[in-house]
Ligand binder design. Structure first.
Ligand SMILES: *Cc1c(COP(=O)(O)O)cnc(C)c1O
Length: 454
């Protein structure tokens, strides 16, 4: 029998997150305080009072395995372990000797990997006595994950949602409101940052950088509130490693080991969650030729076009300053459908690994990306979110290369979620109305003028 799904029993779900920091060949650059412009101390790397203490400690922890609290494990067990699939039908359609696997995070209640960290962050805020969480969301995936996480730990949730998405994507807003969150379009009237921008332009479309500033301001202004971020930060990538830790066990069940791992990167959390537990084998020399391919949109090409430098995480300079490949915190993205990939920067851990040559990067246009998404839907059946359609494009390219060379490589796809709320994008693609966007080189240069002086 050809097994197409590998299930891990709940009793075998990993009990620890994997922390890459002690295994990095060179240490990660520190985080810089947005006010003082000085490096934050390693024992309190995130400027207080934004995050719960436990999260601050995790950010630069040197512990290799960090235990997942029992309450968080119990919440994970409402949807984990997720399934590892073998894509036989796609392999057959491509007529490739490659073996293609995908770890699918679309079966969480929010439809993506994001609850893996939302649940952990809500748990720590609750445990430390806070009542409320504030956050930003672009297309709504992160906001909906945190809204759900807050349900599990009985917290209030306030979401600043980028205005263009708020207007264009009512279903994600309704999802958040059903879970009990309060959602406002950003820029909003609820913060100084928002009011300032609305005075300049009452129709301001918003951006993720602006929404982050609003959520940070909210947490600064309210003692009962903690800020929560859905990607980029080390602790978020840490929480996502449950994905790769499970996959390692499942690949063993399949008697397989990946030669190539592909995933999309917005802030970098889902893909790092999959590949960090594997990259230690590349660093240690156990699997030196493993290829790890990070895929980003041509419309937001941080790794492939941005410089590696210090930049703010948000527009108002309230969030920490990070060393990253960046398009500048003033970046206003083109309206591509992969809303989760439109952030100006990238997780410092991914940037560091890219700089060290341990991971590769590729930028793709959205039309061929959707073509891959449709091919996947018409073989494997799953309607993929626009973000992981980027993985599918590159995985298919690599599988076709195997067909040419006759090599039977094992390709592992980090499939981060379903696209049931993205049917408008599929409609645009299917009706031939979709456009490609490329981020112009001049804009990258312009944005560099506004970088912080560190
Ligand atoms: C948010 C999101 C992403 C991008 O975020 P990362 O932090 O880079 O993982 C990718 N896929 C899906 C389905 C998302 O919701």
């Amino acid at each position: 029998m050809e097994k197409a799904m590998y299930f891990l029993d709940q009793k075998d779900m990993p009990t620890h997150w994997y922390n890459i920091l002690p295994d990095l060949p060179e240490p990660l650059p520190p985080i810089v305080h947005p006010g003082t412009k000085e490096p934050c101390p390693m024992d309190m790397p995130l400027p207080p009072p934004l995050f719960p203490d436990a999260i601050n400690k995790q950010e630069f922890s040197t512990e290799r395995y960090i235990e997942i609290p029992e309450e968080v494990q119990a919440a994970y067990r409402t949807y984990r372990p997720t399934v590892l699939h073998r894509a036989y039908r796609l392999e057959k359609a491509l007529d490739t000797p490659a073996k293609i696997f995908y770890k699918y995070e679309g079966t969480s209640q929010a439809g993506s990997h994001k609850p893996n960290t939302a649940i952990a962050q809500a748990y720590y805020a609750k445990k430390e006595g806070f009542k409320r969480m504030a956050t930003e969301t672009g297309a709504g995936q992160w906001g909906s994950a945190l809204a759900m996480g807050c349900v599990f730990f009985d917290l209030e949730c306030k979401v600043y949602m980028v205005r263009v998405s708020y207007n264009q994507k009512p279903y994600r807003r309704i999802l958040m409101e059903t879970w009990g969150a309060k959602v406002v379009p950003s820029p909003s009237q609820d913060t100084d940052v928002g009011r300032g921008l609305l005075t300049e332009d009452p129709q301001h479309p918003g951006s993720l950088g602006i929404a982050i500033s609003e959520a940070c301001e909210d947490a600064f202004a309210n003692d009962d509130t903690k800020y929560s971020i859905g990607s980029v930060a080390n602790h978020v990538l840490l929480h996502q490693t449950i994905i790769g830790e499970e996959t390692r066990k499942q690949m063993e069940m399949a008697d397989a080991y990946p030669d190539i791992i592909v995933g999309c990167i917005g802030g970098g959390s889902n893909f790092a969650g999959q590949f960090l537990p594997w990259i230690r084998d590349k660093i240690s020399g156990k699997k030196p030729d493993m290829r790890i391919i990070c895929v980003e949109p041509q419309a937001a090409p941080s790794l492939t076009k941005g410089p590696y430098t210090w930049d703010f995480g948000d527009i108002a300079g309230l969030a920490p300053i990070l060393k990253m490949y960046t398009l500048g915190h003033t970046f206003i993205p083109s309206p591509i459908h992969a809303g989760g990939l439109r952030y100006h920067g990238m997780a410092p851990i991914i940037c560091h690994l890219y700089k060290l040559g341990l991971v590769e990067a590729r930028a793709e246009y959205q039309i061929p990306v959707f073509e891959a998404g449709v091919k996947f839907a018409r073989t494997e059946g799953i309607i993929t979110a626009p973000e992981p359609c980027h993985d599918l494009k590159v995985a298919i390219d690599e599988a076709l290369k195997c067909k040419e060379s006759g090599e039977s490589k094992t390709i592992l796809i980090a499939h981060s979620g379903h696209g049931h709320f993205d049917l408008g994008a599929y409609d645009e693609y299917l009706s031939g109305k979709m456009q490609d966007y490329e981020y112009p080189e001049e804009k990258v240069k312009e944005a560099l003028a506004s970088l912080p002086k560190v």
